[in-house]
Design a binder for this molecule. Sequence first.
Ligand SMILES: Cc1cc2nc3c(=O)[nH]c(=O)nc-3n(C[C@H](O)[C@H](O)[C@H](O)COP(=O)(O)O)c2cc1C
Length: 190
Amino acid sequence: MNEVSINIKTRRSIRKYQPVQVEQEKLDSILDAAIHAPSGHNQQPWHFLVVRDNGIIEDLDLRIRKSMAESGISRMVKLGEDPKYRVFFHAPTIVIVSGNEINYDPEGHLIPFADCCAAIQNMLLAAHSLGVGSCWIGLVCYLFQHPERMKDIPIPEGFKPYYAVCLGYPDPALITSCPKRKEGVVDYLR
Ligand SMILES: Cc1cc2nc3c(=O)[nH]c(=O)nc-3n(C[C@H](O)[C@H](O)[C@H](O)COP(=O)(O)O)c2cc1C
């Protein structure tokens, strides 16, 4: 296996982090990988809001858990009310990824959501190659669904926040093995 394949296959979602900040140089490199993702018509319709302040991350986490607790979805209510649960797993850095939806045109292949997902995957792999752990966070949607809880979060005009990414040094005790991959998902038309 070459280095890229090894990097892809050994990356794991990290859900416990050491209380050590990711160096700015490594963060720059991870964000540089993000902006080198492919995008429809090369629109590069992405924006990355980096949060490295522990107090702000905790506050955002609390807002998300509050919305989860209010959601009425029993699994989410349970997680949202769990005092030990953290949506961002105490990661020292989070990145909120948003897409510019002004030019959204699925027939013209201008689908910022798809472009942003490609950028996120680049971030996860770049982070892993630098020894930095990451986790793609979808539960942050519980914050995005509540505009009143988003007022102090500077997402540029016309952009829609989709996901967040946690970044930080993994707690080695909690690196899980690879979840089993489904087989039989490849067919050939010959
Ligand atoms: C769109 C998307 C949303 C996700 N949201 C979360 C999340 O909110 N919390 C979490 O712990 N993991 C989240 N994950 C991570 C997945 O649970 C994880 O990728 C999957 O279990 C496979 O594990 P692996 O990443 O270690 O291969 C998300 C992944 C994707 C692609």
